[in-house]
Design a protein around this ligand. Structure first.
Ligand SMILES: [Ca+2]
Ligand SMILES: [Ca+2]
Ligand SMILES: [Ca+2]
Length: 248
């Protein structure tokens, strides 16, 4: 019985410590979330660390659907020389149906039971194909939970938010009116990796100006527990210690 009490107290303390650890671990698990790291100093590169999956609906694998640029100011860092992702919707064709499809993703080590949030700044040029009513273009943030770091062979589960309906058209500076969007999910049993995916699917060319989208400042974080939850857990711990004392 005494052992059971010790175990309970230990477990409760562990919950408290985990909660406190979650609270302080609001760090970005992604590398190069700000997209500033690229192969060389020049713009027009692809972002380091991230995996790009680029293809056209009819003509297959392609490149150059996203490059890292600094001609506008997107997201948290709006300093003149900060780099952002330039999403080239205009590489697709709505007449032939040869749409442009971009998936940009990164895996981090995941822990079952933890809740993760994937977020990023997304802006839309005034003629981005995703802004048209009834457009096939989808602009998505997805969290995938996987038992390996291979997206192609399937995932355990995923949560997607379609940010398209929330995009507001921007016209140039600053940052094409980029807003912060997020998606959240809890890692199921068996999770070894958590994957943050930005997708712009079925994109197509529109008249100038600005038939493109802009991204920057992605983050993957474990979700901070509510202070109320920590408080209740502390109350529980104190109660158990009290119970233990009374019985001994
Ligand atoms: Ca940046
Ligand atoms: Ca920026
Ligand atoms: Ca997989």
């Amino acid at each position: 019985m005494k052992m059971m009490r010790v175990c309970f107290t230990f477990l409760t303390a562990l919950v408290v410590l985990t909660a406190l650890a979650g609270r302080s671990s609001a760090v970005n698990l992604l590398l190069n979330g700000d997209l500033d790291n690229k192969p060389t100093g020049a713009s027009g590169q692809t972002p380091n660390v991230w995996t790009l999956d680029e293809f056209k609906t009819n003509s297959g694998p392609t490149t150059d659907l996203i490059t890292i640029e600094n001609f506008t100011q997107v997201g948290v860092d709006t300093s003149p020389n900060d780099f952002h992702g330039f999403v080239k919707a205009f590489q697709g064709n709505n007449i032939t149906g040869d749409y442009a499809n971009l998936n940009m993703y990164q895996d981090v080590v995941g822990v079952p039971g933890l809740t993760y949030q994937f977020s990023g700044y997304i802006g839309a040029g005034s003629n981005y194909s995703g802004l048209l009513p009834g457009s096939p273009t989808q602009t998505l943030l997805t969290i995938e939970f996987d038992n390996d770091n291979n997206r192609a062979n399937g995932v355990l589960s995923s949560v997607t938010t379609n940010v398209g309906p929330s995009l507001t058209p921007g016209t140039g500076l600053p940052g094409y009116n980029a807003q912060l969007y997020a998606v959240q999910g809890t890692a199921p049993a068996g999770t070894l990796f958590v994957r943050g995916v930005f997708s712009a699917l079925n994109m197509f060319s529109q008249p100038n100006p600005d038939p493109s989208a802009f991204i920057d400042d992605f983050s993957m974080q474990t979700v901070v527990p509510e202070p109320a939850t920590i408080g209740l857990t502390l109350v529980g711990l104190v109660g158990m210690i009290g119970l233990g004392r009374r019985r001994s």
